[in-house]
Structure formats: C-alpha cells, structure tokens
Design a binder for this molecule. Sequence first.
Ligand code: NAD
Length: 447
Amino acid sequence: MNLTIIGTGYVGLVTGTCFAEMGNQVTCVDVDAQKVALLRQARSPIFEPGLEEMLARNIEAKRLRFTTSLKEACQQSDLFFIAVGTPPDQDGSADLQHVLQVARQLGEFLERDAVVVDKSTVPVGTAQMVKETIEHHLEHRGADLTIEVVSNPEFLKEGAAIQDFMKPNRVIIGTESPGARERLAELYAPFNRNHQRLLFMGTRDAEMTKYAANAMLATKISFMNEIAHLCEELGVDVEHVRQGIGSDERIGYHFIYPGCGYGGSCFPKDVRALSQMARQRGLEPKILDAVEARNRAQKERLAQKIVARYGEDLRQLSFGLWGLAFKPGTDDLREAPSRALLEQLIARGARIQAYDPVAMEAARAQFPPSWFDDQHLMLAEHQYAALEGVDALILVTEWKPFRHPDLAAMGRLMRHRVVFDGRNQYDPHQLAAAGFEYDAIGRGTYV
Ligand code: NAD
C-alpha cells in the first residue's frame, strides 16, 4: 500500500518505518526540515533500539522516504496517518493545534478520496473535528471528495517501540465506515497473522480507549507510590508488599513498581487531558486528580529525603546522579523525574555529576543552559566517573548497567557511602553490608 505518515516523532517515525518494513511504500512528512535532512541520511533523531538499522534498510530498498512537503505527499497517496504531537495546553487539556493544522492542509492539498487515520492521542470527538476541518477546506476550494477519518491510537512504549509496533497486544481501529475498516484491516493484516489482534469500534470509543489505558497504568503507579509512602511511615518494606500483591493473578506484577514518579510525554499529559475532558462535562475526576497529585508529590520524594538528611542548604554537597531519561531505553526527557529533582537540588545550591547511557546529548540541548554555565550540573563520561568525590549517589532511571554496580569501586570513588535509590533497585542488606547508608522509596533507611 502507498501511505503517508505526518509527523516523524517517536510514534510517526516508528509507524512509518515498521509499515515500510512490511513492504508498503511510505512517505514521512515533517515540518522540521532539520529532522527530515537527518532522516534522509538514515540517521534517527531519536534513540530507539533497532530503529536506525530498520530505517537504513527501508530507505535503501526505496520503500521509505522523507519530505517536508505534505502537498507533494498528497499527490501520491490516499491513506494518511496523523502522528503529530498533542502537548498539554495551559489548562491541561490536549492542544490540538498541530492536528488541526494537518487537517487544514489536507483539506487544501488532497486530490482524491482519502482515509485519514489519527494516531496521535486526542480527546473524544477529535476524529469528527478533523473530518469537518478537512471537509470545510475542500468545500472552500470546490473539491468534492469523500474523506473518512479513523481513530487508530498508538500503544507503543518508548524503548521497546519497534517490538511493540511489530507485535502489538492489540490494534484499536475506530471507524464507522466499512470501507475504511477494510483498508485498515488489510494494512494491519501482517501484524495480525498468529492471532486476532484487531479490535474494531467507533471513533469515539477508540479515542477514549487510549486515554483510559494510560490513565489506568498511571493509576497503578500512583497507587503503589502511595502505598510505599505509608509503608515508610509504618516501618514496612514496600518491596515485600509489591511481591506479595503482584503474585495475585488479579493484580499482577506490571506497573506496581514504586519509584520517584512517572514522567514521559504520555502519562502526565494524558491523565491531565482526561481530567479536563471530565471537567468540561461538569464531572469531578476524583481518581485522576489524585493520581496526578500523588505523582507530583512523588517527584519531590528524593529531594525531601536529601533535605531531611543534609538540611536545606546543599551548597557544600555534590551528588552523583545515575539516569536522566524518564525511563530506561529512551533519550526522552519530557517530564522526567530527573528534571524535577535537578530543579530542586540546584535551587538549594547542590553540585551534580550526572550520567545517562543515551540521554546526555538531549539533556545538554534541553536543560536550562544556566545549569551548565553555573557549574551546577556536569555530565560525566561514564557511570563511575559520576561518582568521583560525591557525597551520595542518587539513582533515578533504572538502566540495566546501574542494576548491579561494583560496590567496592563505588566505595573507593565516593567521598561518602550514601545511596538514594529512586527505583528500589538494590538490596538494602547488601548495601548496608558494604558500608553504604541506603534510602529508597517505601523501604525505610538502612545504615
Ligand atoms: P513528537 O513530539 O516526538 O513528534 C511529533 C512530530 O510531529 C515532530 O517531529 C514535529 O515536528 C511534527 N509535526 C508537528 N506539526 C506538524 C505538521 N503540521 N506537519 C508535519 N509534522 C508536524 O511526538 P510523539 O511522542 O511521537 O507523539 C505523537 C503523538 O502520539 C502524541 O499525541 C502522543 O501523545 C502520542 N503517543 C506517543 C507515544 C510515545 O511513546 N511517545 C506513544 C503513544 C502515543
């Protein structure tokens, strides 16, 4: 099939590359000319395991191309995927400016009947709004075309995006049009060979499903973080509680890891956007508000522990920080707990030596330049270099190389043997035996 993907971020680029890998002819459009130039050289602007190889292979095979011109893409295809960002607006609702901009452009440029598929996460009713916007612009120029808009929300996880796209748990296809349903079923057929993964529903149902899924996952995390806080007060190790409840099949082990808060470009904004949807209809989203509030509080837990240990003035102290990305496997720093923590520590005068296996370039580009100019934040060359002379190590992202560190080397490098573990990665008894003071999330302090 011949298709166009609009937006080449985490979702658009992975979608386009994976569809090309399945033998389709794919054109990817982005307004960011720098990104397009990089992609044409088969270089990925984002870190995603396996993506660059697949990108190169499909460009080479002439199945995948990149352009800044949607007009040009409209001449070649009649199946369009919208995968542009839907960042939070000032009040927390999803900002649809990029989605509607694409809809306007499609209305201006389309030359034949088309199916437009919305992959971005958008509030209920957006597919209808996109259809009306396109039709309004078609009408304006006197073009009589039939446009179907489908909601096909994406569920991939950064860090495992290729795998998730290639072997999805499910593919949600929201449409009221039998023709569009057939086209999408055909496109997704190679992903649906071993068992039925396609779920068909209405556009509004599909739009809601995406928000409900993310809100449910965020709820599990915030619930567990609340339990962790209580455990800490009661002298209980939440890690035992986690294993104890996870073994119940009705609960399961996924997404019940306590930590220093969830981040990323999806959970925080999607929980807020769903709350706003409720509020706009006069409902009070009590659970969603609590999930969000707990997460905000959770992003302060590590700084609170540090202040409790050292006092408000951190000017004489330096910390090693392991992990900047909002989770392992990605260079994405959007709403990352590391950022919230750095803000709190730097405001109190601390000096930080940070290391992340892939997100350091992104940190240099996206964190406030003053953090680097004023020598508050240094990026270390490797994980142990970040520990030289520090008063404590803070673990924020549970990258694999941080999981089983050389405690003897750590002890030699650090000025003081203190670990704040924001992801409950270490065995408190092992650290205590190696002479480390250890504090984590919901486990009490071990000395
Ligand atoms: P992103 O910010 O990484 O990428 C968006 C891209 O769209 C950018 O490259 C931007 O330049 C481009 N763009 C903006 N306006 C454009 C226009 N008018 N024409 C062409 N290109 C345009 O975003 P993302 O993380 O890929 O997310 C995209 C959508 O998918 C969001 O709605 C998000 O909520 C959703 N989503 C994201 C993930 C994820 O893990 N990142 C997972 C599932 C769903």
